[in-house]
Design a protein around this ligand. Structure first.
Ligand SMILES: Cc1ncc(COP(=O)(O)O)c(C=O)c1O
Length: 430
């Protein structure tokens, strides 16, 4: 008998063989404890993805409500982004760096048009944490000051500089000492911030809405107060929009919700439409010039702004606007949050709060223990979801901005059933 070749098995003989090979590789060559945790929680092997759906090695499909932690704003492999990348692949893939790169120029111009106020000068890297590194270095060089003020529970990435500004001690402690003179204040507390910002502070770095900290939405007016505090002290405001930017929270940028113009904005995740990695900061010209106006090679990246990533990003920005995905994020976000709140009303012993902005929705559990059942139960029912990195009591629901009414309904039914099962199995934990 001739068995037809299945390209989704990546050369393995059977789905089970692909699973075993992948698990063993993780266990032996990548991250043994993580491999075991993933196996215990029932994680399959991803083999294919399209739109809001991921397919596993057994051919089972999942609605992607973890959404790559915010990467898949356009879903997986949006056809216009894929086409742009394919076309670019036949011209030039990575920049030779000795000549002008037309797409990097175009993308920087596009970001200057779209970002608020006079943000205009871009630097391109390959990830969120690199965007943050760039922004922190820019702030130090521009102000000739050293101190950075950041917020509790913040997540800015895991390279040393970004980690220094992040708020979870468990991620920081093994690497101490980190950057000197990083001051931490409670998120959303303008008075505490005022007390921490003085003439030594180069920048305040803040997520307009904390993502990995547990989907924390600050009081109205907070960001405007942060802006005023920075202005008074001559410190720069870095808005880390790596997760909140580009429509995720129901506005093009979360800063727009308070009409605040930061001095530097960081972007990554959704910027290149989930096809090729990219990270960026966009700065006010005066800030950039103060830092690098006379030293253009102080901060560089070999791969940053390569043609493939820029082609993807240009196409992704067009799709975001042409398909009015920001409005869809608002509408589907309201539907998702309302549904999560209904489940909260049914299971008040399990869920303490459901909150969100656009399609960044966080469900706060009364005990961390419930998450270990709810997430695998969701997976069994064909929906991915994930913890937030700095607050394991909060599960995030972060689907693509292209998600439909029916897909949100399906995910909500699965969520309600998963919470019901967790309550049946575990009872009241808190
Ligand atoms: C606000 C924020 N900044 C920075 C990062 C780091 O991005 P990356 O994982 O691409 O380095 C993240 C990642 O979750 C983030 O949410």
């Amino acid at each position: 008998m001739i068995v037809p070749h299945d390209p989704d098995l990546y050369g393995a003989a059977t789905p089970a063989a692909l699973y075993e090979e992948t698990y063993e590789n993780y266990r032996a060559y990548l991250n043994p404890p993580l491999a075991r945790v993933m196996k215990l929680s029932g994680s399959p092997v991803e083999v294919r993805a399209e739109g809001s759906t991921i397919t596993d090695h057994n051919g089972k499909t999942y609605l992607d409500f973890a959404g790559g932690y915010g990467v898949f704003t356009l879903g997986h492999r949006h056809p216009r982004v894929v086409a742009a990348v394919r076309e670019q692949l036949d011209r030039i893939a990575l920049s030779g760096r000795t000549m002008f790169n037309p797409l990097m120029g175009r993308l920087a111009k596009r970001l200057a048009e779209l970002t608020p106020g006079d943000l205009a000068i871009s630097f391109f890297a390959n990830s969120g944490t690199e965007a943050v590194e760039g922004a922190l270095k820019l702030a130090r060089a521009a102000t000739k000051r050293a101190a950075i003020v950041a917020t509790d529970a913040a997540f800015h990435g895991k390279t040393l500089g970004a980690l220094s500004a992040s708020g979870r001690d468990a991620f920081r402690d093994p690497f101490l000492p980190l950057l000197a003179d990083v001051r931490r204040v409670p998120f959303g507390d303008a008075a505490a911030l005022r007390g921490a910002v003085d003439g030594d502070v180069a920048a305040v770095i803040v997520e307009p809405i904390q993502g990995e900290g547990g989907v924390n939405i600050p009081p109205d007016g907070y960001l405007r107060e942060v802006r005023a505090i920075c202005d008074t002290a001559g410190a720069l405001l870095i808005a880390d929009e790596v997760q909140t930017g580009l429509g995720r929270c129901g506005a093009l940028f979360a800063c727009d919700r308070e009409a605040v113009v930061p001095d530097v904005m960081t972007l990554a995740k959704g910027l290149s439409g989930g096809v090729i990695p990219i990270g960026a900061y966009v700065a006010r010209p005066a800030v950039w010039n103060a830092a690098y106006g006379k030293q253009p090679l102080l901060h560089t990246s070999t791969f940053g702004g390569n043609e493939l990533a820029c082609a993807a990003a240009l196409a992704a920005l067009d799709v975001l606007l042409d398909e009015d995905l920001v409005a869809n994020a608002r509408e589907r976000g309201a539907q998702l949050l309302a549904g999560a709140r209904l489940t909260m009303q049914r299971f008040p012993a399990v869920i303490a709060d459901a909150r969100g902005a656009g399609l960044l929705v966080g469900v706060e559990l009364r005990s961390e223990g419930y998450g270990g059942t709810i997430i695998p139960e969701l997976l069994k029912r064909g929906v991915t979801a994930a913890w937030t990195l700095n607050q394991q009591r909060v599960i995030r629901l972060e689907p693509p901005l292209i998600v439909t009414v029916e897909e949100v309904d399906t995910a909500l039914r699965a969520f309600d059933a998963a919470v019901a099962t967790a309550f049946e199995k575990l009872g009241t934990l808190a």
